[in-house]
Design a protein around this ligand. Structure first.
Ligand code: 5GP
Ligand code: ZN
Length: 136
C-alpha cells in the first residue's frame, strides 16, 4: 500500500521510535500516547484489519505483543496495561493497517473510565451463541 502510513514505517520510509522487530512484526511508540509508553505492534505486511491477518503473521504479532507489553509495563512502572485492537471506523480505527495497542495504565488516568455492560433478555444469550457459532 503506497500511501499507508504504517507501511511507510514498516519499510523505513518514515521514522518511528522502534522498540523491536522480527520477520513479520514491528513495534514502536505511538506518536499520540494515551499514556507515556503507549506502544503499537503492527504486521509488516499490509492488512486492513485483524480479519485478514494470516495465522503465522498474527502469531508473530501476538508473541511480540506479550514481549512489548511486559517491557512497557515495567519501564513506566504502570499499575496496569490494556491490550486493544480497533477494527473499522465504528470501533475507532483511524489507520487502516491492522495494529495492536499496548497502553500502560495508572490509577485515575482518565482513560476507559466506564465499561457500560448491558444485560441480555431471557433466552437472548443462547440465541446469540447459536448465531455466532454458525459463523465459525
Ligand atoms: P487507531 O485509532 O487506528 O486504532 O490508532 C492509530 C494510532 O496510530 C493512534 O494512536 C495514533 O496516535 C498512531 N499513529 C498515527 N500515525 C502515527 C505515526 O505516524 N507514527 C506513530 N508512531 N504513531 C502514529
Ligand atoms: Zn499498510
Amino acid at each position: 500500500m503506497a500511501d499507508c502510513i504504517f507501511c511507510k514505517i514498516a519499510r523505513g520510509e518514515i521514522p518511528c521510535a522502534k522498540i523491536v522487530e522480527n520477520e513479520y512484526a514491528l513495534s514502536f511508540l505511538d506518536i499520540g500516547p494515551i499514556n507515556a509508553g503507549h506502544a503499537l505492534v503492527i504486521p509488516k505486511n499490509h492488512y486492513p484489519t485483524l480479519f485478514e491477518l494470516p495465522d503465522e503473521e498474527l502469531a508473530a504479532c501476538a508473541i511480540m505483543v506479550r514481549q512489548v507489553a511486559a517491557a512497557v509495563y515495567k519501564a513506566v512502572g504502570a499499575a496496569g496495561l490494556n491490550f486493544l485492537q480497533n477494527n473499522f471506523k465504528a470501533a475507532g480505527q483511524l489507520v487502516e493497517h491492522a495494529h495492536f495497542h499496548l497502553i500502560p495504565r495508572h490509577y485515575n488516568d482518565g482513560f476507559l473510565t466506564s465499561w457500560p455492560g448491558k444485560a441480555y433478555a431471557v433466552g437472548e444469550m443462547e440465541k446469540m451463541l447459536e448465531k455466532v457459532q454458525a459463523q465459525l
